[in-house]
Design a protein around this ligand. Sequence first.
Ligand SMILES: [Zn+2]
Length: 394
Amino acid sequence: MLAIKAARLFDGENRALLEDPVVLVEGERIAQVGPASQVPVPEDCEVLDFAGAFLMPGMIDLHVHLTSTGDADPRKSLNDPEAVLALRAARQAADTLQGGITSVRSMGAKYDIDIKMKRVMAEGRLQGPRITASGRCVTMTGGHGHLGGLEADGPWGVRQAVRSLLKAGADVIKVMATGGVLTEGVEPGAAELSLEELQAAVIEANNAGRRTATHAQGATGIRQAVDAGIDSIEHGCYLEDDVIERMAAKGTALVPTLSAPRHIIEHGVEAGIPQYAVDKTKEVADAHRESFYKAYRAGVRIGMGTDAGTPFNMHGCNAKELEYMADAGMSVLDVLRSATGTAAAILGEKAEVGRLQAGMFADLLVVDGNPLDNLGILSQRERIKAVFLNGSRK
Ligand SMILES: [Zn+2]
């Protein structure tokens, strides 16, 4: 058994911070959490005392692309062979973990590399976060992400695509309800998969006990996805008021990925990002930020996701997103929840992570300083004192 001590603890959900906490870890899981005065540490227990430090759940990034490199021009690596993409993904997964991210939801990986990586990780041969993997995304013929995705048309075509992903081992189904910024020739505002096609994807996924997420930027596509019963809207650039209300009422999550447009706009064409991507991002950026804030005010469940792998959006620097969410109007405590307890709820009831409670997997972060005073410390590598995954220090 292992006892981890620190000065303060945030459990991933509650407002109250625990002072002088101890977390007892038995194998892969948390056995007990409480103030040191009330939790007796067994005699044969290894004690790690991080005096003065802040303990919190390992962070969860709900939207990453492990095979994408963060290159200025995303077209550059798209046609690389599977082995090259897989080796990069392995490196990028390790970087992600070192950045304090202990769980990711992979939202589209060419050749289903994310699913394959999980196998190697389960063998203990590869360092990286826990992965909830989508495999390839499902997109209409020529739709957003079609170069690495699985093209399908018509409800039966989509059903077959989803079934083949489930057969391959997908944990979650990612579909494309609208166009996007990074695929040349498609428009972010345009609806892509139809209502019937989205419904078909949701039914097939739900039948297999899986959740669904959709890339959705334009208003019509978002509305259709919410109507179809999708579990989470990714990006959500143009959220209309009545759709926001329905998302809040139904529990449809929003994963805003504010990092993606921010890096594209900050670096621009000068840094080598294609003109079409910069132009389309500038067009949607203001609406995106406004939609995020409105959804937050209306009580929509918001989870942290970065879209890591898009231009200059580097794996391992995921925690920057927390600052961007706070900049856009979210309270610091809600930001921390969005990356821990709330993100876990969006992953699903089987995700026993994101909360420091007895029975959960022991995925923890030890931070030098208090993120509630300064979220910026979470993206400073020297401030991350330790990362625990499954009860072992990484
Ligand atoms: Zn994405």
